[in-house]
Design a protein around this ligand. Structure first.
Ligand SMILES: NC(=O)c1ccc[n+]([C@@H]2O[C@H](COP(=O)([O-])OP(=O)(O)OC[C@H]3O[C@@H](n4cnc5c(N)ncnc54)[C@H](OP(=O)(O)O)[C@@H]3O)[C@@H](O)[C@H]2O)c1
Length: 324
């Protein structure tokens, strides 16, 4: 149990402060374990939850949160709920529909933060999340992410969302967006860990008042999809294990501390009570500047999440030869 008041915050460009660590929820099963995880997380001191329409488990997260509120463990105002608009809802009016759908699932009156999940676009048809043609191939769409972001600006004006941001945007996409919109995004949520340190993108975003949020901070070792076969390698890296031994911590705690010591928000996912507890117990030690540099030097452009089925769509962000 960590006192939530002892969890550092990161300040956004609009003055809002977010707890530097939140619980990730992607691939958390909807069989009651996510409900228990959210309750455990609240008891352990988490106040920040990272969700998305496409995770298809927001009802369970919302139920756990609302029950914790009813039981007097926490108030809605003490919580920071993040969700993401899926890329079948990027047309300006569909963005608000998507946010309303999310609020309905959560049974909550507002989101603390809403993100555009990816810069690519799928066909904008009904409620299908992965529209495919007769051959099973994804059908792309042509809505510009700037239009989608303007839809999020509408949601702020309508009081449905307090802060807005982006996810998986490259530097060129960030640059184009900030020049076209009125509300500067508060964060860009991207994959980050020592094998993908994101230093260039972080600096680029910070220069524009945009924080970085690290997803898959542990390299998503337990993913059920078929991306890189060397998942889990980060947790076994000798440098990380050496630091874990030095500080009497585990590898996961070193990986999370690597982000929070660099003022990067981090959203590790776990449905295991021991790991939920240990992942937030990282505020009683500090990595030295040399150790942070050593961890950054492990960068090898490793991505655990390639989202291959969208590789051929316009605006797909993972081509390091073009952009960072
Ligand atoms: N914006 C985006 O496009 C995007 C993409 C990916 C992820 N995300 C967000 O970021 C969150 C975190 O990323 P992620 O879920 O991809 O990966 P992650 O947090 O790096 O890793 C999660 C995996 O690590 C295991 N784990 C958790 N704590 C551990 C520890 N201390 N030691 C060893 N293993 C541990 C979990 O298993 P157990 O559950 O069994 O503990 C789970 O299999 C997501 O849940 C989601 O909210 C966003």
């Amino acid at each position: 149990m960590v006192d939530p008041k002892q969890v550092p915050t990161v300040k956004f460009n609009n003055g809002v402060e977010v707890p530097v660590i939140g619980l990730g929820t992607w691939q958390a099963p909807r069989d009651g374990s996510l409900y228990r995880s959210v309750r455990t997380a609240i008891e352990c001191g988490y106040r920040h939850f990272d969700c998305a329409l496409v995770y298809r488990n927001e009802e369970e997260t919302g139920r756990a949160i609302n029950d914790a509120i009813k039981d007097g463990l926490v108030t809605r105002e003490e919580l920071f709920i993040v969700s993401k608009v899926w890329i079948t809802y990027l047309k300006r009016d569909r963005v608000m529909d998507c946010v309303k759908k999310i609020l309905e699932k959560f049974q909550t009156p507002y989101l603390d933060l809403a993100l555009i999940h990816w810069p690519m676009c799928f066909a904008q048809v009904d409620d299908t999340l992965f529209p495919t043609d007769a051959d099973g191939k994804i059908i792309g769409g042509d809505v510009d992410y700037i239009e989608a972001y303007q839809g999020l600006e509408d949601c702020v004006k309508a009081g449905l969302v307090r802060s807005i941001g982006i996810s998986n945007f490259t530097s060129a996409q960030v640059d184009r967006l900030v020049k076209a919109v009125t509300i500067v995004p508060v964060t860009n949520q991207v994959e980050a860990h020592p094998y993908l340190n994101q230093n260039k993108l972080r600096k680029f975003c910070e220069e524009r008042g945009i924080t970085l949020t690290a997803y898959s901070p542990l390299g998503n070792p337990g993913s059920v999809d078929s991306n890189p076969p060397d998942r889990g390698c980060l947790l076994k890296d000798p440098v990380i294990l050496r630091l874990a031994q030095k500080y009497g911590k585990n590898a996961g705690q070193i990986l999370l501390k690597f982000q929070t010591d660099r003022n990067i928000i981090v959203v590790p996912k776990s449905v295991n009570p021991d790991r939920i507890k240990s992942n937030i117990q990282i505020f009683d030690f500090k990595l030295t500047d040399e150790e942070l540099q050593e961890l950054e030097s492990l960068d090898r452009n490793y991505r655990s999440n390639l989202f291959e089925i969208t590789r051929d769509l316009p605006n797909h962000p993972f081509d390091p030869s073009i952009d960072f």
